[in-house]
Design a binder for this molecule. Structure first.
Ligand code: T4K
Length: 373
């Protein structure tokens, strides 16, 4: 049997380039604490996005520090259709989640529901660019402005996505990217914050380094934490960055092919990406309508696995149904519940070939045929 088609296959940068730089780092003795490679990596990110960028140990800590740095209080509006880390970060920042439903086509937070949910206690909105698909940014921006709320984007999946011709990373008060091994731009573990807010940048630099201001290692200014990226991680990021555009366009080709091979299979639809946006497509999500397709999402997941194709049910269950959010289980979020229980994320990565996408399409068609016969 052929080896399975993986959901994700991190594009590990060339080892000889890494080892050369790692040797330099070892020889210098400076392994972390804002060394030259971290600075070079942050400069490359800032040049690419056109706004200042800071690196962090992971996306979750980065988001938590961004929320702290904006001095938020009370409740923060957030979708439940996301990875748990989005919500955990705000709870760790001492805030209360206020879950809001998503649009059933784009899978991103529904602006009208956001506006309806605002109360006197609301201090911010977090939008998540789900699988790389940008939120309805203009609408969210005008709601935030009208109600004097901060607007934060969890762009964990969206490095390389664009909205109305501008890169994701340039919107709201601050945006967070993850560079975890499962992403397209990787540092093994890591996160990025991009913001043009000078006070927030100063806070974040201090907060990721225990609260020390630049040039002072004795007196902390804020109760910070340790959320620094190491030099070795920054080297992986630099190498990964040099291959990023090629991988992004490879993924775009795969999306076109997925759309073609899955098109016309009854009961299979995908995520709607508006014409004014481009998505970095972390995965290729499909929605399985059991009645038209003939198999449930869970049965298709199993069938694909038996045929050597790895898939994941991101994000199932939705965060408000997690055990850690017991108090929210009875919330009525119909689109979130529906998408969460019908979604399946298909493989998407640099090593995925057109032949593999063809094979995935054939197996999905076979599953439908199997039911019909
Ligand atoms: N906000 C959102 C919306 C997020 O999705 C995430 C993270 C965050 C915030 C927080 O960012 P970080 O703090 O992580 O920077 C994974 C990732 O760990 C997580 O980063 C990601 N989102 C989430 C969607 O997925 P798991 O536990 O589901 O992944 P895991 O380990 O099962 O791996 C998934 C697939 O990738 C597997 O098929 C194996 C493959 N894989 C994984 C790793 C770690 C590899 O091939 N190589 C690897 O090194 O969480």
């Amino acid at each position: 049997m052929n080896s399975p088609i993986r959901l994700i296959s991190p594009k590990i940068p060339d080892f000889s380039s890494f080892s050369q730089r790692a040797q330099e780092i070892f020889a210098s003795g400076l392994l972390t604490n804002n060394g030259p490679y971290v600075q070079q990596y942050e400069q490359q990110l800032a040049d690419y996005l056109g706004v200042p960028c800071l690196s962090f140990a992971n996306g979750t800590m980065a988001l938590m520090l961004a929320l702290k740095g904006l001095n938020l209080t009370g409740r923060v509006i957030v979708p439940s259709f996301t990875f748990a880390a989005t919500v955990h970060a705000l709870v760790w920042a001492g805030l209360e989640p206020q879950f809001v439903d998503i649009d059933p086509q784009t899978f991103t937070i529904e602006p009208q529901k956001v506006e309806e949910a605002i109360t006197g206690d609301t201090s911010a909105i977090i939008g998540v660019h789900v699988f790389g698909n940008p939120c309805a940014i203009d609408e969210l921006q005008s709601i935030a402005k009208k109600h004097n709320l901060k607007l934060i984007f969890d762009a964990a999946h969206a490095f390389g996505s664009t909205y109305k011709g501008k890169p994701i990373g340039t919107f709201g008060d601050v945006e967070m990217f993850s560079t975890h091994a499962t992403k397209t731009l990787i540092t093994a573990e890591g996160g990025i914050l991009s913001t043009t807010n000078p006070e927030l940048l100063v806070y974040l630099k201090q907060a990721r380094n225990f609260g020390f201001p630049e040039g002072n290692v004795e007196d902390t200014i804020v109760p910070g934490t340790n959320a620094k990226l190491s030099e070795l991680h920054a080297v992986i990021g630099l190498d990964s960055f040099s291959d990023f555009s090629r991988i992004l366009s490879h993924k775009q080709g795969l999306v076109a092919q997925y759309t073609e091979v899955l098109g016309g299979i009854p009961g299979i639809t995908s995520q709607y990406v508006p014409d004014h946006s481009t998505s970095a497509y972390l995965y290729f999500p499909i929605i399985v309508d059991e009645h038209q397709f003939g198999m449930s999402r869970d049965q298709l997941h199993q069938f694909l696995m038996e045929n050597g194709i790895m898939t994941r049910k991101y994000f199932y269950p939705p965060v408000h149904k997690h055990t850690s959010y017991k108090g929210y289980h009875s919330l009525h979020l119909p689109n979130t519940d529906h998408i969460s229980s019908h979604i399946l994320c298909l493989p998407m990565h640099a090593d995925l070939t057109p032949a593999m996408v063809e094979q995935i399409g054939d197996v999905v068609r076979k599953a439908h045929q199997h039911y019909k016969d």
